[in-house]
Design a protein around this ligand. Structure first.
Ligand code: NAD
Ligand code: LMR
Length: 342
């Protein structure tokens, strides 16, 4: 019986591996914080991308083993490891995209802003190195509090004279992934079909799922809107509490970040139909940074999709106004931090 299955299994494997063969173009990606809870599964998922030729893994410790392990996967990209500040510059030279999940995660009872004191400095130092070594790369920031770490990164890049707002992204894809999952479950829809834009920022009430813009078009009762919105806003805390002190979302985050990085690489590769929600410099509202759907192209953000904020429901309009003071304060805190540092 086993023998009769063997040829089929072989064929399946071949097909799987065919998908992983190099395409015409290939990109170099650096993951900073690659030995962490997000970094490891994210590196694995990026290692599976047919668009990647080199994967640079950087961390302050434990990255050698992660790289040795990953390098045995028979997918096209070459894996290189870089440990500690003295190897940071080399990890960034020549890369097309940088992903930053470096920093401490929450424990139960903490807000994302409670991570500011540690993570702000980590992000600042890493972005200085990005500015010096790969100023043209797409930069994807995962480290929390994203609402502040992205403005910090922007200020650091400005100070270095290399800020390109089109290439700096706060990764809010996990909010979209969660919204899609929860809406599909509640409405008994096929997961693959569901797409919910999530705007604002990435903390508590600043996370605003626009359920009225769900595709395919779905109707929700007021109660469903309230319940789904609150669950999406608190989903990070749901995981933090379930992990009970052992950290925050890592696997779903790695999945979400891998999706965003793949979208960036497809855009860099010339795909003209790439859209993702992301926290970027924006003129969509009076706030200087705001998450919304963006169209990605070879040069980064090609367009910010303003139509999502038109025709909002009363619930969404109120929630949008309510999130602005908190998001504004987080942005200002990040900018002030970047300016007061030597
Ligand atoms: P973790 O502690 O498991 O891993 C963090 C890694 O960063 C560690 O390997 C650590 O050595 C490394 N690190 C620390 N300082 C560094 C530095 N200066 N340079 C390079 N690497 C450094 O944490 P995690 O669970 O992977 O979470 C990482 C961050 O991602 C946290 O801030 C967390 O809040 C955030 N996060 C964001 C989202 C999001 O949606 N944007 C989702 C989940 C987690
Ligand atoms: C998340 O949304 O899961 C992350 O921002 C991590 C956290 O602290 O909740």
């Amino acid at each position: 019986l086993r023998n009769s299955f063997a040829p089929r299994a072989e064929k399946r494997n071949q097909r799987f591996e065919n998908r992983l063969q190099p395409q015409a173009s290939s990109f170099k990606v650096a993951v900073l914080g690659a030995a962490g809870g997000i970094g490891q599964p994210l590196a694995l998922l990026i290692k599976m991308s047919p668009l990647v030729s080199a994967l640079h893994l950087y961390d302050i410790a434990n990255v050698k083993g992660v790289a040795a392990d990953l390098s045995h996967c028979n997918t096209p990209s070459q894996v290189l490891d870089f440990t500690g500040a003295s190897e940071l510059a080399n990890s960034l030279k020549g890369v097309d995209a940088v992903v930053i999940p470096a920093g401490v995660p929450r424990k139960p009872g903490m807000t994302r802003d409670d991570l500011f004191n540690i993570n702000a400095s980590i992000v600042k130092n890493l972005i200085e190195a990005v500015a010096d070594n790969c100023p043209d790369a797409f930069i994807h920031i995962i480290s929390n509090p994203v609402n502040s770490t992205v403005p910090i990164a922007a200020e650091v890049l400005k100070q270095k004279g290399v800020y390109d707002p089109k290439k700096l992204f706060g990764v809010t894809t996990l909010d979209v992934v969660r919204a899609n999952t929860f809406v599909a479950q509640k409405k008994n829809l096929k997961l693959i079909d569901v797409d919910v834009p999530v705007v604002g920022g990435h903390a508590g009430i600043t996370i605003l799922p626009l359920l009225s813009k769900t595709k395919p078009s779905v109707s929700f009762t007021d109660e469903e809107v309230e319940q789904l919105t609150v669950r999406i806003q608190n989903a990070g805390t749901e995981v933090v509490e379930a992990k009970a002190g052992a950290g925050s979302a890592t696997l779903s985050m790695a999945y979400a970040a891998a999706r965003f990085v793949e979208s960036s690489l497809r855009a860099l590769d010339g795909d003209a139909d790439v859209y993702e929600c992301s926290y970027v410099q924006s003129e969509l509202t009076e706030l200087p940074f705001f998450a919304s759907r963006v169209k990605l192209g070879k040069n980064g953000v090609e367009a910010i999709i303003s139509s999502d904020l038109q025709g909002l429901t009363e619930y969404e309009t109120k929630a949008l106004e309510a999130l602005k003071p908190e998001l504004k304060a987080s942005i200002e805190k990040g900018i002030a931090f970047a300016h007061k540092q030597p």
